[in-house]
Design a protein around this ligand. Structure first.
Ligand code: NAD
Ligand code: TDX
Length: 350
């Protein structure tokens, strides 16, 4: 039985990847390694926690000795590495924790895998999950491709760029089989409400103001999280070693238009007068170094592996909003005192 280590599996994207692998691959033993930071939530996996091919390991990837011990103990065959500090605003207030987890943590995993695999790479793979933010910021035209030069501009994206380079360095230097994918903004169930979409849903529901940075003109490409998980499955199984794959939704939205669209859907679902939710929109001080536009060319993944996004955005955002409205308890449990403190520190001075 193959042993697959998925890091960060209690987080937003990781939880969908763990569920997909546990359900679709009974022939694999899936190990979910997660430190359970503020962003990690085992409630995201309660439907699969009793499955015989699922094991949870609470551990911090920054702990070098522990990573070595765990690799020796379990002899993992494959790694899908998602654990990271993932929020740009937090990276602006506290860059060091991003350097520790995203750079040192990744190197600890690479070293632990290298020590245990010991040059015998048959059937082994280290798959690093990364972001389109490593490519920097686009103007009105153009798309990021796999050959776009790296130009990260936030502590978060710089730490992810660094980890991408290190993963590729282990391929070139030690011959370790690796693959990297860089994806655009994900949305869907289980996302922590520090990110724009769940934050806006939560605020609209509670009739709190919706903070839009700057003029709301920044553009993001949004992909439904299950489509990302499906792409990860394909790349893990059929991707070419040493290659990079870009993953995107072909779905660009200006922040303000996205929020207006969500306000319409929420007015309808919450049976409010049209325009009620949009009245909560509040323009606030911009994010420092705010990247203007991200847009991804995923044609390599589409042509080589036959992937395509399964959901139109209209359907995806309806499903997402429904999920958050139906899972009020999930939201209430994570927006506790700690979240309130974070929210005040980020937004009271904007
Ligand atoms: P998330 O913040 O929701 O989850 C991160 C998970 O990693 C959490 O469960 C957390 O507990 C765990 N973690 C953090 N530090 C750890 C440590 N030191 N040791 C072990 N576990 C630790 O993040 P996400 O949005 O699900 O993103 C997952 C990955 O995908 C990240 O690598 C991120 O850079 C990448 N990514 C995210 C997006 C997006 O839109 N969210 C897009 C492209 C790529
Ligand atoms: O309150 C807000 N108001 C606002 O206008 C927040 C939280 C965000 N924004 C803007 C900033 C961005 O232009 O909305 C856009 C989306 O912001 P986030 O949800 O914070 O995502 P982003 O910064 O684009 O990064 C996300 O996509 C790439 C993830 O957080 C990263 O982990 C991923 O790599």
């Amino acid at each position: 039985m193959k042993k697959i280590l998925i890091t960060g599996g209690a987080g937003f994207i990781g939880s969908h990847v763990v569920r997909l692998f546990v359900k679709n691959y009974p022939e694999y033993q899936i190990f979910n390694l997660d430190a359970l930071t503020y962003a990690g939530n085992l409630e995201n996996l309660k439907d699969i926690e009793a499955e015989p091919n699922y094991t949870f390991i609470k551990a911090d990837i920054v702990d070098e000795a522990l990573m070595k011990d765990l690799f020796e103990q379990y002899q993992f065959d494959g790694v899908i590495h998602l654990a990271a500090e993932s929020h740009v605003d937090r990276s602006i207030s506290d860059p060091l924790s991003f350097i520790k987890t995203n750079i040192l943590g990744t190197v600890n995993l690479l070293n632990a895998a290298r020590a245990v695999w010991n040059g015998n790479f048959e059937g082994k793979l280290f798959y690093h999950i990364s972001t389109d933010e490593v490519y920097g910021s686009l103007g009105e035209e153009g798309l990021f491709t796999e050959t776009t030069a790296y130009d990260p501009r936030s502590p978060y994206s710089s730490s992810k760029a660094s980890s991408d380079h290190l993963v590729r360095a282990y391929y070139h230097t030690y011959g370790m089989p690796v693959v990297v994918s860089n994806c655009s903004n994900n949305y869907g169930p289980n996302q922590f409400p520090e990110k724009l979409i769940p934050l806006a849903i939560n605020n609209i529901k509670k009739m709190k103001s919706i903070p839009i940075y700057g003029k709301g003109e920044n553009i993001r490409d949004w992909l439904y999280v299950i489509d990302h998980a499906n792409a990860i499955d394909m790349i893990f199984h059929k991707g070419t070693t040493g290659e990079t794959y870009n993953i995107g939704g072909i779905n660009e939205w200006k922040n303000i238009d996205l929020i207006k669209k969500m306000c319409e859907v929420l007015d309808r679902k919450l049976e409010r007068e049209p325009g009620t939710s949009a009245s909560l929109i509040t323009f606030v001080k911009d994010r420092a170094g705010h990247d203007m536009r991200y847009a991804i060319d995923s044609s390599k993944l589409m042509k080589e592996l036959g992937w395509k996004p399964s959901l139109q955005f209209e359907e995806g955002i309806e499903k997402t909003i429904e999920w958050y409205l139906e899972n009020e308890e999930w939201m209430n449990r994570i927006t506790d005192g700690t979240y309130e403190k974070y929210y005040e520190s980020q937004y009271e001075k904007r």
